[in-house]
Design a protein around this ligand. Structure first.
Ligand SMILES: [Zn+2]
Ligand SMILES: [Zn+2]
Length: 309
């Protein structure tokens, strides 16, 4: 079952060098979760053949235009496509006011319902808890209120051990075994021990999205050991002062966070328009954290199951 990240936009501030403003799609068990929605996101969805109606949850980190200005276009197209199912948008205070006003003055009554879920950017909050994932906000340090998102797969069930005689069990008993239960007789005493027929579950996978932010070691505890970390890397280290002034991070700082949090893999993005060639950013990050890749639009980064053995 899949757990993968698709990069739709990787630039900061403005589109440049064929790169777009920030947007990502996380696909978990074929459910699509959008994170940020910069200008042109709907064009990117079309380019990569993603059906709009498959997106039911959109998470917005903050109200700088490069992270949300694509929303009104996407919402409007969903309406033209006669979408019917609800769309839930998670954002900081102010986002629902902005969108409601845009719709009001275009006299648009949407064909579907938008549920606005406002979170408090100053604290960690669980904003979504469904059958597949939990999503928690990560308070970040930026010029305006800003949150990242920590997305965790729900714990997996135990796996049936196919080397054992499973044919003796009926369907309900097999489901009970996967839930970790023993098989009991009618008096309630144990007939078969669970561990004799099952293997431990696969490790639940996780993704942390951290953009935009100053270098902040305060987030390390929350994102410790995630399988995949996206951390903004707007600048190279020679512009560390500039990064600090603008509440952004350098590639080395992103890698330092990845190293200290002992994550599986790092993706860097939110590149400044000053960099046409991104390789220096990648090289700089890899000096500190080897398993780093660039956020390249159209590419998909899969998080594989890691066996617990
Ligand atoms: Zn930004
Ligand atoms: Zn920003």
């Amino acid at each position: 079952l899949n757990f993968e990240l698709k990069i739709l936009g990787s630039n900061s501030a403005a589109p440049a060098h064929n790169r777009h403003q920030t947007a990502q799609l996380l696909s978990i068990y074929n459910q699509l979760y959008m994170i940020d929605c910069g200008e042109g996101t709907q064009m990117q969805l079309t380019r990569y053949k993603v059906k709009f109606h498959r997106i039911n949850h959109i998470f917005i980190s903050h109200l700088h235009g490069d992270h949300y200005i694509g929303l009104i276009g996407l919402i409007s197209t969903m309406h033209l496509q006669k979408r019917e199912s609800d769309l839930t948008i998670y954002g900081p205070p102010g986002l629902s006011d902005i969108l409601t006003l845009q719709l009001k003055y275009s006299q648009t009554i949407l064909s579907y319902k938008i549920n606005f879920k406002e979170y408090d950017p100053s604290s960690r909050q669980i904003v979504l808890d469904d059958e597949h994932v939990t999503v928690e906000t990560i308070p970040l340090k930026h010029r305006v209120a800003c949150s990242g998102f920590l997305i965790r797969e729900k714990p997996n069930k135990r796996r049936l051990n196919k080397l054992k005689n499973l044919e003796q069990f009926n369907l309900q008993q097999l489901l009970d075994l996967k839930d970790g239960k023993d098989i009991l007789d009618e008096e309630g005493s144990i007939l078969y021990q669970n561990e004799d027929f099952t293997l431990p579950p696969k490790k639940a996978r996780s993704y942390a999205y951290c953009s935009d932010t100053l270098y902040d070691e305060g987030i390390i505890g929350q994102i410790q050991n995630v399988d995949l970390l996206y951390h903004e890397a707007t600048f190279l280290s020679d512009r560390e002062e500039r990064a600090k002034e603008t509440f952004h991070s350098t590639a080395r700082q992103a890698a330092t966070i990845a190293k200290k949090a002992d994550v599986g893999q790092l993706v860097i993005g939110h590149f400044s328009i000053r960099y046409k060639d991104l390789n220096p950013l990648l090289q700089e990050a890899r000096e500190t954290f080897k398993n780093t890749v660039l956020a390249i639009e159209g590419e998909t980064i899969a998080v594989e199951f890691v066996s617990l053995f």
